[in-house]
Design a protein around this ligand. Structure first.
Ligand SMILES: Nc1ncnc2c1ncn2[C@@H]1O[C@H](COP(=O)(O)OP(=O)(O)O)[C@@H](O)[C@H]1O
Ligand SMILES: [Mg+2]
Length: 370
């Protein structure tokens, strides 16, 4: 049954893709419970992501970076990357251990080199076969002025992440991918986009649109938890008033979850329903964890594959029942020692669900459809 599903699925993607072949690497933060399954907090570009918890828990470059490089190196093609564009040093260190990755200091030095030109100008024999390309290039989505033009003038280069670049650093565009198909809708918490203008009816509108006891307020383009506020339904109105009304107090608020709103550039923001994970016991306390995990998406010879590469739990600052804000008790803190390994059983269940559902998201990316 599974192979029939995969087969039908591949046939579907065959006719429509705007990219003849691709390999993209992405990272997700998610909540997981046996009852609800996976609920994706965010999907973000791997080039910007870090796995401090994996390195802290497992030593060396951790378990995930070697798997990322392994996934790329199943295609024995030279891959150029601009080291200042890759955020995580351990990923760069893992590239350095591979014979296929070549470090460059800028896109210019790379594109001006004779070696590059030789590879870039020669079209692949079969554009749908990744192994037909003569080089890969790994750069940030913001660094090529016109990626479509680049792909045209450099047909021999597979631009890593190309179908994901349209979703660069905007949680709204990424979240929109989870609309429509019920399988995608299910793995994303209910969400809404609202204008960044406070009104006395805004909180009521949100609670009518998305019934919940706890909400997550999110900026569209921030990282590291900045601007992300978990708030109880009863306090939604007052928190919205505080963050959407300019004030000296907001500007000098020591908490990045709040002061971010003083400088947020968008005219809208996101709200999500809060979903918990199953709690994890550490010594005699119970914590509300969030998983950080990695996956690659491959479109090769007209077949889509999403491969889960592992993950680990990020704990909040405080345990359940301790005195603290919702952010302190339920939001990932992302610093050592607040990391816990995930069990094989958890990784298997989460990986299976992502490998079954994310191809639908990837298909939308490949079709530039959102
Ligand atoms: N819908 C949600 N339900 C529960 N917790 C959430 C939700 N969205 C975000 N969080 C918590 O807030 C953290 C930060 O949110 P996230 O969307 O990952 O933004 P950031 O880009 O700042 O990491 C997450 O790691 C998670 O712990
Ligand atoms: Mg996150």
């Amino acid at each position: 049954m599974k192979s029939l599903f995969l087969c039908l699925f591949c046939l579907q993607t065959l006719s429509a893709s705007n990219y003849p072949a691709d390999i993209s690497y992405m990272v997700a933060d998610l909540k997981y419970s046996k009852e609800e399954g996976v609920k994706l907090c965010e999907v973000q570009h791997g080039i910007l992501s870090t796995f401090y918890g994996d390195v802290w828990l497992n030593g060396d470059n951790g378990k995930i970076c070697p798997k990322i490089v392994e996934a790329f190196d199943q295609f024995p093609i030279k891959k150029w990357y601009v080291h200042s564009q890759v955020n995580f040093k351990n990923l760069i260190d893992t590239f350095n251990e591979s014979p296929f990755w070549i470090r460059e200091s800028s896109i210019k030095t790379f594109t001006n080199s004779d070696r590059f030109k030789k590879h870039a100008l020669k079209p692949p024999e079969d554009p749908s076969d990744i192994n037909s390309y003569h080089a890969m290039l790994y750069v940030r989505g913001s660094s090529l002025v016109d990626p479509d033009h680049f792909r045209k003038i450099c047909p021999g280069v597979l631009l890593i992440d190309a179908p994901t670049h349209r979703y660069w650093i905007d949680k709204y565009t990424m979240t929109r991918l989870f609309m429509g198909d019920p399988k995608l809708v299910k793995i994303k918490p209910e969400w809404g986009l609202y204008p960044k203008v406070y009104s006395e009816t805004l909180a009521k509108q949100i609670t009518d649109d998305i019934p919940s006891d706890i909400y997550v307020i999110k900026p569209r383009s921030a990282f590291l938890g900045k601007g992300v506020i978990l708030v109880a339904k009863d306090e939604l109105d007052s928190v919205l008033h505080y963050i959407l009304t300019p004030s000296e107090k907001l500007k000098s608020d020591p908490d990045g979850a709040y002061n971010h709103w003083n400088k947020d550039q968008h005219d809208s923001f996101l709200i999500e329903k809060y979903y918990p994970s199953d709690l994890i016991q550490v010594e005699d306390k119970w914590y509300q964890p969030t998983m950080r995990c990695a996956f690659v998406m491959i479109y090769n010879k007209n077949k889509i594959e999403v491969r889960f590469l592992g993950g680990y739990w990020m704990m909040p600052l405080k345990a359940e029942g301790e005195t603290g804000t919702l952010n302190e008790c339920k939001k990932a803190y992302c610093k050592a020692p607040y990391f816990v390994p995930a069990s094989d059983e958890e990784l298997q269940a989460i990986g299976k669900q992502l490998e079954e559902t994310l191809p639908l998201m990837y298909e939308k990316m490949l079709n530039d459809a959102d």
